[in-house]
Design a protein around this ligand. Sequence first.
Ligand code: ASP
Ligand code: MG
Length: 401
Amino acid sequence: MLIVKKFGGSSVADAERINNVADRCIEDYSKGNKVVVVLSAMGKTTDALLNRAQTIHPNPPRRELDMLLATGEQTSVALMAMAMARKGVPAISLNAWQVAMHTTSNYGNARFKRIDSERILNELDSGRIVIVTGFQGVNRRDDLTTLGRGGSDTTAVALAAALRADACEIYTDVEGIYTADPRIVPHAKKMKEITYDEMLELATLGAKVLHNRSVELAKKYGVTLVVRSSLNRQEGTIVKEETDVESMLVSGVAVDKNAARIAVLGVKNEPGIAFRIFDLLARHNINVDVILQSIGRDDTKDISFTVDKSQAREAVEALRENQKRLTISEVKEEENIAKLSVVGAGMQTHAGVAAKMFEALYDVGVNIRMIATSEIRITVLIGLEDVDMAMRAVHDKFIDA
Ligand code: ASP
Ligand code: MG
């Protein structure tokens, strides 16, 4: 078997953990498997590098920032290869340039275009464990790029697809994907399996276990993922196209506390206004999520929507600058809100999920401000102060403790 194993920063945070990971990889290797290991930077290295850049330049050139960040992963792969060498196992570390993992040019948010598999396959054929830097790539100028925070998962999936691996295992410091964040809902349960689509909804909603592009890629290339702990031998969660647990109406509950609500009041009630507003935001690259339109006074309408907190200021400024042209009488912003979502493939075939969720919120006296749905998700916007309690209530309504 050809196995791709990816370990996150906490799994390689110090020498002891590096040795632990080395042992686990060697175990598979000793059984005759071909093993490719993808690593993140050690512990909080990437944060530390970002902070260090800040001490030099408040807004560093992005090319140089990627050059700096890429050193984090390079450190872990080199140390891992040394750990394996010390244990008498032939291993080699490779960075993105050496493999040739080609990405688009945009620094800090690059995407894979093509991966050359030749070097890795040759190294595997000569009996080595191959240890590859996660999170980085190389663009057509031969410069190093990075894939965005958490991007090492995506490296692992892209490699698994390119090498046609038999397994892609994502090791982390939790035991798998849970029905809710166990820090907020202590009796949340680990899922045995989850579909790509459910995982994508959860990943996008801020269940930070997997980078969402890694799930997109896995779906596209049919790479089955296993998410499990590097610290114990528990089974973990399998992410794949279809699960057998059809009866599960709701597979998970997620919160996003990084949302801000923007309300645009008193715009003219005529065709084209919504287009002009959202076109303006799109041109600023602002991602808009939950949208609600309501009737205002005197033949006007109000439109509210959510954006990520980090983009709220830019959105408000852009709207205010264009206030006249867009016929807006007032732009308001609110940050004390959160998004709470239930996700489940079973929703497509079952009615009543929304009612049940709203009942759970009613039971604990939480007011709903906005509602949005997709085929497999229902999202409500609620007050930030209510969100933990609301999450427990909704979780317990659908998933028995
Ligand atoms: N080291 C990078 C980060 O902290 C990539 C990763 O860990 O996946 O975001
Ligand atoms: Mg991660």
